[in-house]
Every structure is written in structure tokens, then in C-alpha cells.
Write a protein that binds this ligand. Structure first.
Ligand SMILES: [Fe+2]
Ligand SMILES: [Fe+2]
Length: 298
């Protein structure tokens, strides 16, 4: 039988179909355990007791200044203005000038950390929406460039304000100089909250997680699990140490699953090979266009 030569359009369709099949062959569910970090020594990350003074000074300031009053005010201010209008890649490039004072594990640039996170998720065959969550998860740190008070209201682990500070936070002793520490209501177990009220009804310390969640919840078509990863990825006392169980409800279990599935990529990709932004840009630009408008109001 003589083969009929295919048109360029037909070849394109076949090639797309092959790509799709290859993707399906290697793809894994978002909540399957991470594989990329199998060989890594996990004990070498988040060593806060051995951390440099930059990290310790940062947390002391954050734990003293994140009060209920500050958190109410900063949320009110957030709603008043649009700080910038730009696309995701442009935002990644803008963020690149920041060195995160709270991070004991990495000194690579922010764009590299975002790409390392996304690449680790991609290498593990996880879905595109999760790769995108990895790519954008720290873009909320732009707050620092938009005129935050300092880094203490942008980066670092998050915790609950409005009730007793958990002993499971890092450097728990440094909360003693926070004005809320001795407040008759805020210093109690439940503070202003009711038992099992759910994280949606709880105020977490303001920073890049909470900010980015509010920016993207109406300006993307990311699934709920991705928004949970973004909103709670720095809430280590909860997702790693099991604190604040008296405030969470059944809905938060879904969020916990999402954040725990995401965390290894955020944390353990920090020791991976450096990522090359120019080489990776075409692939991620394509993904970005699937989940976000060209211009986002920040
Ligand atoms: Fe982060
Ligand atoms: Fe991160």
C-alpha cells in the first residue's frame, strides 16, 4: 500500500496527540507522594537554631509586630488600592531583586526559587495547575517592593493572631514582647474565635501567602487546591507541627492535604540544580496563559 503524504496540519495534530499520550504516561496525581526528594537529607532544612543572625533578628521583629490591630489595618489598606498592573512573568522578574531575610535554606534569587519549585513538580509528573502554583507561590513577596513596613509583614512562617501564640511556632519565646501577648482576650486559648470555627474565619499573620491568595482568587482559574497551597504554604505551625487543631474544621482537612502535597517542592527543591529562566520561559509562558489573564491587578 502506498502511504499518502500528510499535510503539515495533519502532522501537527498527530504530534500534539503523541505529546498528550506521553504526558498521560508520565503523569501522576497531585496528591501522590513526591519522588524528586527521595535522596535528600531532610534534616538539613529549616535549621532555625543554627540559623544566622539575619534570620533570628527577622523573626524577633515579626513576632513582636504582628498584632491584631496591625492585621485589621493592613487588610483594610489592601482593599483600597491596586499597586500595579502586570502579567505573571513580569511580576517574577520584578520580584527578583529581593533577598528573603527569613529563609535559612537558600540564597538563590526569587525567580530561581520559583522555577526550581515548578520544575521539581513538573519532573514528578504532577498536573499543570500544580506546576503553576509552584511557579507563582511566592509572588506575594512583591508586597515588599510595593511598600510594606519591612520584611516582617511579607515573609516568614505565618501564625494565628487573636488567640494565644502557639508554642509550636519557631522561636516561641520572642512573642513575649508582642502587645497582644498579655491581652486579656488575645492571650487565651481561643481568643476571639470559637472552637472549630475553620481557618476561613481565622486571621493569620499578614504576609505574602495571604496577599497573593486574595490577588489570585478572582484573577485566575486555578483549582481550590492550588489556592490552598498558595494561602497556607508558610503556615508551618499548622501543616508541619499540628498546631491550632482547636480552630480548624473538616473543610480545612482538604486544604491540609493540598499544602502537605506542595510543601516538599517548596522546601527541598532549594538544593536542586540552578534553573535557567531564559530556557524555561517559553514553556512556562504557555502554562501562564492557560491559568491567568495577560494583565493582573496586584
Ligand atoms: Fe513562601
Ligand atoms: Fe517558596
Amino acid at each position: 500500500m502506498i502511504a499518502v503524504p500528510a499535510t503539515p496540519q495533519q502532522l501537527e495534530v498527530v504530534s500534539d496527540a503523541i505529546d498528550e499520550v506521553n504526558k498521560l504516561k508520565t503523569s501522576r496525581a497531585w496528591d501522590e507522594a513526591s519522588k524528586f526528594d527521595a535522596e535528600k537529607d531532610k534534616a538539613q532544612f529549616r535549621l532555625y537554631e543554627d540559623a544566622c543572625d539575619r534570620v533570628k533578628t527577622f523573626y524577633k521583629e515579626q513576632h513582636e509586630k504582628q498584632t491584631v490591630e496591625f492585621n485589621i489595618q493592613v487588610r483594610a489598606n489592601f482593599k483600597k488600592t491596586v499597586r500595579a498592573r502586570m502579567g505573571i512573568w513580569e511580576a517574577m522578574e520584578m520580584l527578583n531583586t529581593l533577598v528573603d531575610d527569613s529563609d535559612p535554606d537558600t540564597s538563590v534569587s526569587q525567580i530561581e526559587h520559583l522555577l526550581q519549585t515548578a520544575e521539581a513538580i513538573r519532573r514528578d509528573g504532577k498536573p499543570e495547575w500544580m506546576q503553576v502554583a509552584g511557579l507563582v507561590h511566592d509572588l506575594g513577596k512583591l508586597l515588599y517592593i510595593f511598600g510594606s513596613e519591612g520584611q516582617w509583614d511579607v515573609v516568614g512562617d505565618t501564625f494565628v493572631v487573636g488567640c494565644k501564640f502557639s508554642e509550636k511556632n519557631i522561636y516561641p519565646d520572642t512573642f513575649s514582647k508582642n502587645p497582644d501577648y498579655n491581652d486579656p482576650v488575645y492571650s487565651t486559648e481561643y481568643g476571639v474565635y470559637t472552637p472549630q470555627c475553620g481557618l476561613d474565619n481565622v486571621m493569620l499573620s499578614w504576609g505574602h501567602d495571604e496577599y497573593l491568595y486574595h490577588v489570585l482568587k478572582n484573577q485566575s482559574n486555578l483549582p481550590e487546591a492550588a489556592l490552598h497551597m498558595i494561602r497556607y504554604h508558610s503556615f508551618y505551625p499548622w501543616h508541619r507541627e499540628g498546631a491550632y487543631q482547636h480552630l480548624t474544621n473538616a473543610n480545612d482537612m482538604k486544604a491540609l492535604e493540598a499544602v502537605q502535597a506542595f510543601n516538599p517542592y517548596d522546601l527541598y527543591s532549594k538544593s536542586d540544580e540552578p534553573a535557567d529562566p531564559e530556557k524555561l520561559k517559553p514553556y512556562y509562558q504557555k502554562l501562564i496563559s492557560k491559568f491567568f489573564p495577560d494583565v493582573i491587578e496586584w
